[in-house]
Design a protein around this ligand. Structure first.
Ligand code: PGA
Length: 253
């Protein structure tokens, strides 16, 4: 399975910076043709930057556009929301749903995330559905239970391509990463759990996210059942994002 290396730019940058970053990443990836041949790359950017980044990557092999959230409803009187249909229309292929920052900042529940993922699929998008336990939940031995419930309740009940991202909340933006043993164990658990939830668990890409950087990407991407990365901080620099993508090539199954 091709690895998916997805940058999550979060709420960062100006339009000019988004253009320069996407242009720089495309140019740097073109210097290493193996990346586009053996990995899928996605740039998940803030809504106002989507069309500019879409133009920058439009002719670049291996690149797709992604958004970071979509509305829980199809359309209508929902001031400030952005629908899955609008994202598809502007050129997105992916949309992140259920990121822990959305779950925390906007009190999003598993059932909202399932609705968002379903709407995304209806519009032809591939949802990247995020799950992950907090530090406290892990310390109490509840990581599997939490992630299992998030999967059961957040995944859409349809037969379509989805991506799952395992992002332990305590590893996001903290510089702490889960150990390769913990990552392998949780990804194996997620793959097992998917058996009850999707027709073919083997084709679902399971990404790891949480302080992935060039120095730890190889050991994380080499773990069994790790099919790519969702990269926050390190995706905001051309060099580090491309270095991680190169590890995606080196660790391809
Ligand atoms: P991080 O973020 O790489 O900065 O930890 C990952 C994410 O939140 O998707």
């Amino acid at each position: 399975m091709k690895k998916l290396i997805a940058g999550n730019w979060k709420m960062n940058g100006t339009l000019a910076q988004a253009q320069a970053l996407s242009r720089g990443i495309v140019a740097a990836v073109q210097d290493f043709p193996a990346i586009a041949e053996s990995c899928d790359l996605a740039l998940c950017v803030p809504h106002p930057h989507l069309s500019v980044v879409a133009a920058e990557i439009s002719n670049a092999a291996g690149f797709s556009l992604g958004a970071q959230d979509c509305a829980v409803t199809k359309n209508g009187a929902h001031t400030g929301d952005v629908s899955a249909e609008m994202l598809a229309d502007i050129g997105c292929r992916f949309v992140i749903v259920g990121h822990s920052e959305r779950r925390t900042d906007h009190a999003e529940l598993n059932m909202d995330i399932s609705k968002k993922a379903t709407l995304a699929i209806d519009c032809g998008l591939i949802p990247i559905i995020c799950v992950g336990e907090t530090e406290e939940q892990r310390e109490q031995g509840g990581a599997r239970e939490v992630v299992g419930r998030q999967l059961d309740e957040s995944l859409p009940r349809v037969d379509a391509e989805i991506v799952v991202a395992y992002e332990p909340v305590w590893a996001i933006g903290t510089g702490k990463t889960a150990s390769p043993e913990d990552v392998a164990e949780m990804h194996g658990f997620i793959r097992q759990r998917l058996r009850n939830l999707v027709p073919d668990p083997q084709v679902v890409r399971i990404l790891y996210g949480g302080s992935m950087k060039p120095e730890n990407a190889a050991e994380l991407l080499r773990c069994p059942d790790v099919d790519g990365g969702l990269i926050g901080g390190a995706s905001l620099e051309i060099k580090s994002f491309v270095a991680i993508a190169r590890e995606g090539v080196a660790t391809r199954d």
